[in-house]
Ligand binder design. Structure first.
Ligand code: PLP
Length: 398
């Protein structure tokens, strides 16, 4: 009988015991709101902001309720609003175009190349044609484009660069941390990202005035003095009256869940790399294409994508089905009606429809798999073997 995997693709690791203890203590105290501080205690949200800014190598960090909120707040704090154009990757997740729509800006989508990164030649074309005020650069599934060139293009065209690092927390380009290339880095601590608080987001920047605006936007109720990695109080002069309160604060419980996860991140990045390499090794075959990683890029392998370019649509559906029958859960980005995910640009009907033939061609035979750290290397070996067998079998069927 064909080998079967019986692990769960949605099972994350438990929260460290220190986090559980700290959450219980917070629940006992009844002080859950980030500004509900006794005496001169810092509060765990402020501690998380300070620790994350330090780890990220950013001057400032603001903790909020979701990755989507980091992007909405970043766009607004960068002065983006109705009438402005924001460019982003055609291949990304719905909260990215959603953030652009939420601030009332007009989104334009840039093509994706075979390595699943933004097509920088198309970005130049779009920059000339649409004059975007900002690029919300989404490092979708952890793949980093040529960041030196992306920064160069943004600088040349006067485009504000904001990075969506939901899948690149801990990734680097030429040794520099993803998130530190433009005005701001937007991170998610939603369950399926690199730190898990159920929901949550971390916004980083080196720009004091920007961060002051972001902090007021997050809903600081004028308590901005108690932020762990916020700018000097003198930066809040105008921001405190000009910026609307969008109530997106992180609470103590989530911060307490996150803080003890931070010291494990570097080790977890190595654990993801080992798992990614193990699955990828089994998929080495001329009919299966994995995105190439640039020499300068050091990504976090928390998920894996592969294409089987010679498959028809029905063979792609077959591959999803036959893999699932052997316990391996993969998603297919080519499906006309997105299933279990929202990464297909035609389903974002709140944006003007765009012709994206390059992206559509890539997505037509692109598959996606999560790699939770609960998988052992043996699990990854088995998953890799199953995927290889099923991918090759799907192509042989008619
Ligand atoms: C998960 C994700 C986000 C942020 O998502 P939230 O659920 O709002 O935290 C942003 N961009 C991408 C590409 C994502 O996958």
């Amino acid at each position: 009988m064909a080998a079967r995997f019986d692990g769960s693709f949605t099972q994350q690791e438990p929260i460290p015991e220190a986090g559980i203890d700290s959450v219980v203590a917070i629940l006992r105290s009844g002080r859950l709101h980030r500004y509900n501080l006794a005496g001169d205690e810092a509060g765990v949200v402020a501690m998380l902001e300070a620790a994350y800014a330090d780890w990220q190598g950013a001057r400032y960090c603001l903790a909020v309720t979701s990755g989507g909120q980091t992007m909405q707040i970043a766009l607004r704090a960068a002065g983006i609003g109705p009438g402005d154009v924001v460019a982003t990757n055609a291949f990304t997740l719905a909260p990215v175009p959603g953030a652009i729509a939420a601030v009332g800006a007009t989104g334009v989508l840039v093509e994706t190349d075979a390595d699943l990164v933004i097509d920088l030649d198309d970005l130049i074309r779009m920059a000339r044609k649409h004059r975007p005020k900002a690029l919300l650069l989404s490092h979708m599934r952890g793949h980093l484009c040529d960041m030196d060139r992306a920064v160069e293009i943004c600088t040349a065209h006067g485009i504000i660069l904001i990075e969506d690092c939901a899948h690149t927390m801990g990734a680097r380009w030429s040794g520099r941390m993803s998130g530190n290339f433009g005005l701001a880095g937007c991170f998610s601590t939603q369950t399926y990202k690199h730190m898990n608080s159920g929901e949550g987001g971390l916004l980083t920047s080196d720009d004091a005035a920007f961060m002051a605006r972001a902090t007021i936007l997050s809903g600081s109720y004028m308590n901005f003095a108690s932020h762990g990695a916020g700018p000097a109080l003198s930066e809040y002069g105008d921001a405190r009256l000009d910026m609307p309160n969008t109530s997106a604060r992180m609470d103590m419980v989530r911060a307490a869940i996150l803080l003890p996860q931070l010291p494990a991140l570097d080790r977890n990045i190595d654990r993801w790399a080992a798992r990614y390499d193990c699955v990828a090794g089994h998929l080495e075959h001329h009919r299966i294409v994995l995105p190439k990683q640039a020499a300068a890029s050091c990504r976090v392998g928390s998920s894996l994508q592969f294409r089987v370019p010679h498959l028809s649509a029905s063979q792609c559906e077959d591959l999803v089905r036959t893999s699932a029958a052997r316990g391996v859960e993969i998603k297919w980005f080519g499906r006309a009606d997105p299933l279990g995910f929202t990464s297909a640009h035609p389903s974002w009907r709140y944006m003007a429809a765009q012709e994206l033939p390059g992206t559509d061609l890539i997505l037509a035979t692109l598959f996606d798999m999560r790699i939770p750290l609960t998988f052992s290397l043996e699990d990854c070996g088995l998953i890799g073997r199953i995927l290889r067998e099923e991918a090759l079998a799907a192509g042989a069927r008619d």
